[in-house]
Design a protein around this ligand. Sequence first.
Ligand code: RTP
Ligand code: MG
Length: 142
Amino acid sequence: MTTERSLILVKPDGYRRGLTGEVLRRIEAKGYTLVALDVTSATQEQLAAHYAEHEGKPFYQPLVDFMSSGPLTAVVVEGEDCIRGFRSLAGATNPTEAAPGTIRGDLGRDWGLKVQQNIVHGSDSPESAAREIAIWFPRLAS
Ligand code: RTP
Ligand code: MG
């Protein structure tokens, strides 16, 4: 077990629906520490860097448009195995398939749109976390 950091985004759907506090509550209730938090509007540069792995996929432009559609909250979380742990709290990417008890399973649903709007993002590996923290919180880059 290692103490590590993860980059979480409460996406614009979560912001619009007033679920930011609920997501933060679940993170804190799990025992993870909030290291940094910023309510912000993503720049095109941030989104291009953040979603570089998805460039060229059919959902890429709808995803960037969705992530540009309003404020989001970027959060750095710290804790033992919090990268895997938060992915577990978040649940499956598709909110219709996400298990009850997870953020996406309890709070997300399929709105029949061009891209899955699933409330949260969480880093998927230590390498992704370091890369994403540098995008959203340059002052914390390691
Ligand atoms: P995230 O990166 O946001 O934590 O989600 P993830 O790892 O579970 O999913 P990923 O495959 O990395 O996809 C990034 C985000 O793109 C949107 N997406 N929509 N077919 C679709 O409608 C579709 N596929 C992906 C979701 O918002 C997903 O979280
Ligand atoms: Mg991902």
